[in-house]
Design a protein around this ligand. Structure first.
Ligand code: GDP
Length: 431
């Protein structure tokens, strides 16, 4: 077994950073294949926190090579900043540890400008994007106007492509949004300052690197960003991100055939959160919701926004299992549920007086469903210091047994705190 995909099975922020950091010690390569600096993966090692937005979460293990593959949109300024911060804290000593595909689309300041102008113009109907230019960059890619990572090292090609794309962007910015136009020379100046810093990571074809690695029996971990329910095609459209976040996207974004994949791990929190707008059937608007928010420290790693909180939604989780082909679950933040008399789990929805067990994919219908909540007995003991699964309170084990029975999937990892060591029952990833 050598290729494993790790995806978020909810609305993102499930704790993918911790899971990928944890398993990276067992991997030869970690690959980011979609999304951009809108991801915010938090890793805590020996009490020290590192937040990664673009660089794969395997980077804290010096022997693990990290790849940013074609499907990612790379903000060159954020990327350079992240690389500097990693080097300052003693990581990434060898730049060959990190590879960026020449075919990655780059995000330049004008993508952010457009993103923010659009959200402003939408007013109350805003999507709640991170404003980091991700949407405009993917649109540009589909419109066949994207500036690729390889282009930024070629003066002539860069200028030509920028001229072509900026004509349209400036029209939009000035005439539609009433904003200032973009100066091409300023963008080129900015890129030239960064170029030397970025060059060591340049890789012509990362799909070939991955292919050769798999052929040689190396272990490759594909790191998903955001979450299943934010998927562009299968999420709660239009309140979704602008890339495909499901497991199939790992193949598309990194150029690997589907038959190469051996295992798909779905990460789920023991409860649910959502940041930004959009339907969220199990959202709690009461003290319990506030408690989850505070105890779980549910603030976005990228935007600092408060996350909305609610009970675990098994209808949504079963949907995620189906569309990703999830084979194993990782259960995060079980510790946050400690101290509650009862813990709720959504087992079905009620829609127009009828009980349904499948998630409606239309936004209009999903906004109308009412969760059918089953209350299970809670537990009082705090879990952060538990090191052996056998010491978990009986009711927390019953809670997981219930999820296991409802989903039919094994729970391969249980996390009871942000630290690497606060991990119980982690089975070897590549077995
Ligand atoms: P990601 O985007 O999926 O990587 O998720 P984030 O990093 O945005 O959010 C997860 C947050 O939960 C981070 O602050 C982690 O350090 C923290 N975290 C991860 N696992 C656990 C856990 O089991 N318990 C607690 N209390 N915090 C955790």
């Amino acid at each position: 077994m050598s290729a494993v995909i790790v995806v978020g099975s909810q609305w993102g922020d499930e704790g993918k950073g911790k899971v990928i950091d944890f398993f990276s010690a067992q991997a030869d390569f970690v690959v980011r294949y979609q999304g951009g600096a809108n991801a915010g993966h938090t890793i805590v090692v020996d009490g020290k926190k590192t937040v990664l937005h673009l660089v794969p979460s395997g980077i804290l293990h010096p022997k693990t090579k990290c790849i940013i593959a074609n499907g990612v949109v790379l903000d060159v300024n954020s990327f350079a900043e992240e690389v500097r911060a990693l080097k300052l804290t003693g990581y990434l000593k060898d730049s060959t540890q990190l590879m960026v595909s020449d075919a990655v689309s780059v995000i330049l300041p004008y993508h952010r400008q457009l993103d923010q102008a659009r959200e402003k113009a939408l007013g109350a109907d805003k999507i709640g994007t991170t404003g980091r230019g991700i949407g405009p960059a993917y649109e540009e890619r589909a419109g066949r106007k994207a500036i690729l990572f390889g282009d930024i090292f070629d003066d002539e090609r860069l200028k030509e492509k920028l001229q072509s794309t900026l004509q349209e962007k400036n029209f939009l910015l000035e005439k539609f949004y009433g904003e200032k136009p973009i100066e091409i020379d300023e963008i080129i100046r900015n890129i030239k300052v960064l170029r030397e810093e970025l060059k060591p990571f340049r890789t012509a074809d990362t799909s070939l690197v991955i292919h050769q690695a798999l052929k040689a029996g190396k272990k490759v971990l594909f790191e998903g960003a955001q979450g299943t329910l934010l998927d562009l095609f299968h999420g709660t459209y239009p309140f979704v991100t602008s890339s495909s976040t499901i497991a199939g996207s790992a193949c598309i974004g990194s150029g690997v055939g589907p038959c190469e994949i051996d295992k798909v791990i779905g990460i789920t929190k023991a409860y649910a959160t959502r940041v930004g707008e959009g339907p969220f059937p199990t959202e709690l608007f009461n003290q319990t919701g506030d408690l989850l928010q505070h105890k779980g420290n549910e603030f976005g790693a990228t935007t600092g926004r408060k996350r909305r909180c609610g009970w675990l939604d098994l209808v949504a989780l079963r949907y995620a299992i189906r569309i990703n082909g999830i084979t194993h679950l990782a259960m995060m933040k079980l510790d946050v549920l400690s101290g509650m008399d009862e813990v709720g789990v959504c087992v079905a929805y009620e829609l127009n007086g009828e009980v349904i067990r499948e998630m409606p994919t239309s936004y209009a219908l999903l906004s109308k469903v009412k969760p059918v909540i089953k209350m299970l007995s809670g537990w009082t003991d705090e879990l952060e210091k538990i090191t052996d699964i056998k010491d978990l309170p009986m009711n927390s084990r019953r809670y997981m047994d219930f999820i296991n029975a409802e989903t039919g999937l094994p729970i391969d990892m249980i996390s009871v705190g942000p630290g690497r060591e606060q991990t119980l029952w982690a089975k070897p990833l590549f077995s």
